[in-house]
Ligand binder design. Structure first.
Ligand code: FES
Length: 571
């Protein structure tokens, strides 16, 4: 039998082991420290992360499962990030949450971990932490909320906020009605119910093999989530015995499958930065181009908002991720194993689709080639991404004049100015929203359209930004432009009236200004004045060390793994 990591604290009869055991006793029998795997339940429950607030209940089921299998469950509250609440953007804190969890996993007497996440950054942060510690770990996604309805229609969280607010701005919905829709939008416990970042990352975690297959997407209030959590707790104990670590699961094959899944579900562009960062933690050579190479020809099979009609509750009812993956089985890497020790593809035999409206057959996709497209060109030398499935087909090849905003504040101040020189063919450019410039790369790339365009019936124009876009958003948006303006990217050189050409089939985004003229231009001073310049704390560390979007926006000093080695004793 393998020696438990926790035995470095608890085994023996010396003063040190006495201290470690005695302070943990408090009613716990001594047998708890005699060869029983200590399983941390890394819990992101918080009242300020409302999408994860129910995870304390989930944790109780995990505990029951851990006990049943002979382990000892231990609550470990970790940094939690409420996407809608924290400022300036939850993404600024993803790496901090990952670093804090990583260090607490390593510092404590634990042998394995169950990762409870949900809201956008919480699953990526926990995965990054577990990958860098490389101790047996699995994810339990907290699950989406139930579908709410307003005026007889289903509401998609996020997606319908953008739509309803545009209706208010266009004068077709009153402010009062808009306010009324709030509690219909959020009907129950759980994370956003569209194919936003939270849903995407839960399903991607499953495609990576880091959940028990078939569990991601179980709605938060569904009692089956608790049953699954019980079993997952028990599994964590057996994973310790089998020494099944993230490095065994998070292989190139797993990332391949995650990219196929991401395309087939029409997942959020945010998954690109999270997967790149995660790959960096386990030493898998994943590049932006891999998303295009592996995913761009994969059909979109899931008819969920924002690209389609339905919501996560419907996807679960229709068969979930395994039913989707069964349709693209030939595109998956059959060698990738899951936390259970079985391959992901071995679970597909039993998968069924119960609603062909929600999960399309391979021969009848929503979009034949739907994966995220990776663009390059003189406006994005290190790359940019666009989600064709969320874009307007008529804008995928487009040439228009730039209307430039130097910061999100500049955008808000001028977007509805009747004198703004913008029309349906314009290309709206927003800079200063990258990892360093903002800081934290906020989800602002899907700029709302100017009122005068909305009034004229325009619902989409090409937009270009060094920031991110909410996974619940839609539009023809070129995002994650790298390098960002604040890292001296060419985006800092764009001027009002410049021609910009977007060619998604040709995979390019080009600033049509002669190279000599560009070389002679100075970066925008107005943009530079708005860049973040923190003097202390996490923001300072972040701005000094964060990498660009094409590298996953991880900190340069967090790339890689330190392992689960036991530190020197504290006494
Ligand atoms: Fe938490 Fe959308 S705000 S998942």
């Amino acid at each position: 039998m393998t020696t438990l990591r926790s035995s470095a604290w608890y085994a023996g009869d010396d003063r040190g082991s006495y201290l470690h055991r005695a302070w943990m006793r408090r009613g716990v029998p001594g047998s708890a420290f005699e060869g029983r795997p200590q399983i941390a339940i890394a819990n992101t429950a918080s009242d300020l992360t409302p999408c994860n607030a129910h995870l304390n209940t989930v944790s109780q089921s995990v505990k029951n499962g851990v006990y049943e299998a002979g382990g000892i469950p231990l609550d470990l509250p970790v940094v939690s990030l409420g996407e809608t609440q924290v400022r300036p953007t939850a993404m600024l804190w993803r790496n901090m949450a990952a670093m804090a969890a990583e260090e607490m996993f390593r510092a404590n007497p634990i042998d394995g971990a169950v990762l409870l996440g949900g809201c956008d950054k919480t699953i990526p942060a926990l995965l990054m932490a577990a990958a860098s510690v490389d101790m047996p770990a699995l994810v339990i996604p907290g699950g989406p909320m139930l579908t709410g309805t307003f005026r007889g229609k289903a509401l998609g969280c996020g997606t319908d906020v953008w739509k309803l607010s545009e209706d208010v701005r266009a004068g077709t919905l009153t402010q009062e009605e808009f306010r009324k829709s709030e509690s219909s939008m959020i009907r129950s416990a759980g994370h956003c119910n569209t194919m936003g970042t939270a849903s995407t990352m839960a399903l991607v975690a499953e495609a990576l093999g880091m959940t028990v297959p078939g569990t991601a997407g179980t709605p938060a209030p569904d009692s089956r989530l608790l049953e699954e959590s019980h079993h997952a707790g028990a599994l964590a104990v057996t994973m310790v015995a089998a020494a099944r670590r993230p490095s065994e699961v998070l292989t190139p094959a797993a990332f391949h499958n995650a990219i196929v899944a991401l395309a087939a579900i029409g997942g959020s562009t945010n998954a690109v930065v999270h997967l790149l960062a995660l790959a960096g933690r386990v030493g898998v050579e994943l590049t932006l181009d891999d998303f295009d190479r592996i995913g761009s020809s994969v059909p979109l099979l899931v008819d969920l908002q924002p690209a389609g009609r339905f919501l996560m509750d419907d996807l679960f009812r229709a068969g979930g991720l395994l039913a989707v993956l069964k349709e693209v089985r030939d595109l998956l890497d059959p060698t990738a194993i899951t936390v259970t020790g079985r391959t992901l593809v071995s679970y597909l035999d039993d998968a069924d689709t119960w609603d062909r409206e929600v999960i399309r057959a391979r021969e009848e996709p929503l979009i034949a080639e739907a994966g995220i497209a990776v663009l390059s060109g003189n406006l994005a030398p290190q790359g940019a991404v666009i989600k064709p499935a969320a874009a307007s087909p008529h804008l995928l090849q487009h040439r228009g004049r730039a209307v430039v905003f130097d910061s999100i504040e500049d955008f808000h101040a001028r977007v509805d100015d009747p004198d703004l020189d913008v029309d349906a063919d314009s290309v709206m450019v927003l800079r200063g929203c990258g990892p360093k410039g903002y800081p934290g790369m906020p989800e602002v790339a899907n700029m709302p359209l100017p009122k005068k365009l909305l009034a004229a019936g325009v619902r989409d124009v090409v937009r270009v930004c060094d920031g991110r876009m909410s996974g619940t958003a839609f539009g023809t948006v070129v995002l994650h432009v790298a390098p960002e303006a604040a890292a001296d990217g060419p985006l800092s050189l764009v001027r009002d009236g410049d021609w910009i050409e977007l060619d998604v089939p040709g995979r390019s985004v080009t600033l049509d200004v002669p190279a000599e003229e560009l070389a002679a231009r100075a970066p925008s001073e107005a943009a530079a004045a708005a860049y973040a310049d923190p003097s202390r704390g996490w923001e300072k560390l972040y701005v000094d060390h964060v990498q660009q979007a094409d590298q996953g926006v991880d900190m340069d000093f967090l790339v890689g793994s330190s392992g689960d080695g036991v530190g020197r004793d504290s006494h």
